[in-house]
Unconditional design. Structure first.
Length: 375
């Protein structure tokens, strides 16, 4: 038994050279909360929380008193204890986001102790590489159409076989954006759209019908996450698959979404919905209901690594000689320490990213970069 010696949250922040926006607001900086867990034997594991980092730091500091001195391998027990200890104050949101980062770090420790990659401990691999789709197309000041066309060609030239465009700026504007990107990439790459819940079902359906002929892979977050009926209306009205779930939490949150077939594709964020432990349960539920699973990912190399291990273990749904495999969301927006925070390289070649094979997450934090950007 190896006991937990310390749990340390690290908040990192960096100002962007070029602010960018999406349907809700503008980003002028990028921030994250990384979790470092060290055992009494000197094994160090890392996790990442997706959410408001400064607030998460305080919550993790509150939670760590229940973990120090405990067996680091009792991952499920720690998850259940923390969830039940704080469930009266939040079954969703910040509490679960904090647990997520802790959970991922514990899996990293577990893998390093057993000298195995996390995906082996999660049940083994269905794939050794995953297709990556480029997330970008966040409008900046200037000629948006020109920018989108340039970006689409850039991703094609880099080898991407799929990409996702931001919409939610108005039906007519969105139509021009989608038409521009599809015009550049032709049938060389898959194309998805993401409204970041900017519409009600009336406008979302109006947009969907206007762009259906562009062969859209999925329409992500067409309506707010609370509007379950709106999701169902969009799904009934459109031939485009409907995706959502990055704002949902735990198996309890996804239970009714899956049982009622609210979406065609669920997108839990591993760094916020409960970590790897909870995503395993959500994956099993999705498989039982015949719903596809493509995790949301918008973090650093730590979060990317966690998602790669999860993606390696997602079963084919259904089993087929030519299955539809899940994809990795690969953020391409400006984020100076996204990759440099770890010493290993995560890159796509010919549209695919390799699953890490080193022990744990296979992601070694660069302490110099950590110190450079830590608040």
């Amino acid at each position: 038994m190896s006991k937990i010696k310390s749990v340390t949250p690290h908040v990192l922040n960096v100002d962007l050279k070029q602010p960018f926006s999406f349907s809700q607001w503008e980003y002028s900086s990028r921030m994250t909360c990384l979790i470092e867990i060290e055992t009494v034997d000197g094994v160090v594991g890392w996790g990442e929380c997706y959410g408001p980092s400064q607030m998460l730091k305080h919550i993790v500091n509150e939670m760590k008193s229940y973990l120090i001195g405990e067996d680091c391998m009792d991952i499920q027990r720690h998850w259940e204890y923390l969830y039940n200890r704080y469930r009266d104050y939040g079954q969703k949101g910040l509490i679960i986001e904090a647990i997520s980062g802790i959970d991922i770090a514990l899996w990293d420790v577990f893998g390093k102790i057993l000298n195995q990659p996390v995906h082996k401990l999660l049940g083994g691999t269905f794939r050794t590489e995953v297709k990556a789709y480029a997330t970008g197309f966040y409008p900046v000041k200037g000629d948006a159409i020109k920018q989108l066309a340039y970006e689409a060609q850039k991703y094609l030239d880099e080898g991407f076989l799929a990409m996702k465009i931001k919409v939610g700026f108005g039906v007519d504007i969105d139509y021009e954006y989608v038409k521009t990107v599809r015009g550049v990439i032709g049938d060389k790459a898959e194309l998805m759209i993401d409204a970041n819940h900017a519409y009600d079902s009336i406008e979302a359906i109006k947009l969907g019908r206007k762009i259906e002929h562009f062969n859209i892979g999925w329409f992500e977050e067409p309506v707010p996450p609370e509007d379950i009926k709106g999701y169902q209306e969009c799904r009934r009205a459109l031939t485009i698959p409907i995706a959502g779930g990055e704002c949902e939490f735990t198996r309890f949150g996804f239970r009714d979404i899956l049982a009622n077939r609210t979406v065609d594709i669920i997108q839990p964020d591993t760094c916020s919905t409960g970590g790897l432990s909870e995503c395993r349960k959500i994956s099993a539920m999705a498989n039982a209901h015949g719903v596809r699973y493509n995790p949301h990912a918008w973090g650093t190399g730590i979060g990317l690594s966690a998602n790669l291990h999860l993606l390696a273990t997602l079963p084919h749904n259904p089993l087929s000689s030519n299955p539809v495999n899940p994809m990795l969301e690969f953020d391409q927006t400006e984020y100076p320490f996204r990759h440099s925070i770890i010493e290993e390289t995560i890159e796509q070649k010919n549209g695919y990213v390799q699953i890490p094979t080193a022990p744990g997450l296979g992601a070694t934090v660069n302490r110099k970069v950590l110190e450079q950007y830590e608040i």
